[in-house]
Design a protein around this ligand. Structure first.
Ligand code: COA
Length: 188
């Protein structure tokens, strides 16, 4: 299904084309340097994004001209082999007592692999819209979405809390201290 870019506020939908994937990479590159609005850590390539897309399309926000102004990547467990740098996070999630993740027994989870909103569109509801689309598109397949945020990225942590994420655990690796956070869609 095609989701055309809407005039005015950004239109949100699933990735549909290489143009969307190029837009993700461009916004990712622009979001890597730490600023007071946060930063992203993992770098993808077109090949990796295409392989992820083949397994589960990610969510993008587009402006009126169709340019990507926000994205939130979808990473079911099968995608972990594509990004070894995220292996410790997947392994940690698997080691957790299930009840720590969700009140529902055998809850089905996936990872939101990275989120960014273009500076021009921050604070406009795009962040919430990206996650609303995650839920709308993936709640039949999954019970919860898990992600991690560097604890020094306080803007991102605050925005995730607002959407409904809660902290499952925190840990430190060579690069940062991370909060593993989860948003459960089923009460159990
Ligand atoms: C992090 C990011 C995705 C959030 O999207 P956004 O549109 O800026 O987020 P919002 O404006 O909707 O929400 C930010 C919240 O943090 C608050 N906030 C703003 N600056 C803050 C700061 N320095 N510390 C703590 N909270 C802050 C805002 O008040 C708002 O909370 P509120 O709704 O309770 O008032 C976006 O800023 C971004 O792309 N940053 C660069 C890349 C990045 O950090 N990605 C996340 C990686 S985990």
């Amino acid at each position: 299904m095609t989701t055309p870019a809407l005039p005015g506020p950004a239109g949100v939908g699933l990735v549909e084309s290489d143009r969307d994937l190029e837009g993700i990479l461009a916004l990712q590159r622009a979001s890597r340097a730490p600023t007071r609005d946060g930063f992203v850590t993992v770098e993808h390539t077109m090949d990796i994004l295409r392989a992820m897309h083949a397994l589960a399309p990610s969510v993008v926000a587009r402006d009126a001209r169709g340019a990507v102004v926000g994205y939130a990547l979808v990473m079911p467990r099968e995608t972990r082999v594509l990004l070894p740098i995220l292996e410790p996070m997947f392994a940690l999630i698997e080691r957790l007592p299930a009840a720590q993740l969700s009140p529902k027994p055998s809850a089905r989870w996936y990872v939101m692999g990275q989120i960014a909103v273009a500076p021009s569109h921050r604070g406009t509801g795009v962040f919430d819209a990206l996650y609303a689309e995650h839920r709308a598109r993936y709640q039949e397949r999954f019970d919860l979405v898990v992600t991690e945020v560097a604890t020094r990225n306080t803007r991102s942590l605050r925005a995730h809390q607002r959407v409904g994420f809660r902290t499952v655990t925190t840990y430190r690796d060579a690069t940062d201290e991370w909060a593993l956070i989860a948003w459960s869609w089923t009460g159990g």
